[in-house]
Design a protein around this ligand. Structure first.
Ligand code: URA
Length: 206
């Protein structure tokens, strides 16, 4: 693996990358989104979390995981003993994809072409941050990281080695999935399993 960029070096590389991403036209999603929502967090973070794509609130604010899914994530991270401020948070797709229904913008799932067009950015982020452990939140993040279709139920709970010194990946559910479970007992159970996945991944950090 190439040497890790360090100190102010990687900070400035990251800032340049973020600026470049602000003008991204690699896929058509930039046409309707408000702005690129780039990753955030320390560029030397040992832990990276990858989501799907920004939601409505993230699109407006320009920051990842600040809406309803972000609130679930914050609570689960705290319960798992993970300091959000010490992790690098990003998304597989960096523009909000939605369908307009009246005044509401309804989340639409990014397709394989959009995920693959956006993979360039996350690869650059990963080269700068070089996390030991990466947690993929949901199938889109897992697909972006592993380059293949992932069944979460089958692959959660144990580490998956990433090629080229990319550390290890842990696959878990997306916090939005938890928000959509109508039945309270099942929701609580799935939430506990999510926290357990986060804990198991964080326990690998040296
Ligand atoms: N869902 C995601 O996957 N990412 C965000 O940033 C917000 C919601």
């Amino acid at each position: 693996a190439p040497p890790r960029a360090t100190g102010s070096n990687s900070q400035s590389a990251w800032a340049a990358l973020r600026e470049e991403a602000a003008h991204c036209t690699r896929c058509h999603l930039y046409e309707h989104a408000t702005q690129t929502v780039f990753g955030e967090g320390p560029v030397d973070a040992a832990l990276m979390l990858v989501g799907e794509q920004p939601g409505d609130q993230e699109d407006l604010a320009g920051r990842p995981f600040i809406g309803p899914a972000g609130q679930v994530l914050d609570r689960a991270l705290a319960e798992a003993g993970i300091d959000r401020g010490k992790a690098y948070l990003t998304n597989a797709v960096k523009h909000f994809k939605f369908e307009q229904r009246g005044k509401r913008r309804i989340h639409a799932k990014p397709d394989a072409g959009e995920i693959s067009a956006c993979r360039w950015w996350i690869e650059q982020e990963r080269l700068i941050v070089r996390p030991q452990v990466t947690i993929a939140l949901g199938a889109t993040a897992a697909r972006s990281l592993l380059g293949r279709t992932v069944t979460i139920s089958r692959e959660r709970g144990s580490p998956i080695d990433l090629p080229d010194g990319g550390g290890e990946a842990w696959i878990t559910v997306h916090p939005s999935f938890l928000l959509r479970i109508p039945e309270e007992a099942r929701k609580a159970q799935e939430y506990e399993a999510f926290v357990a996945d986060l804990k198991a991944a964080a326990a690998r950090l040296r």
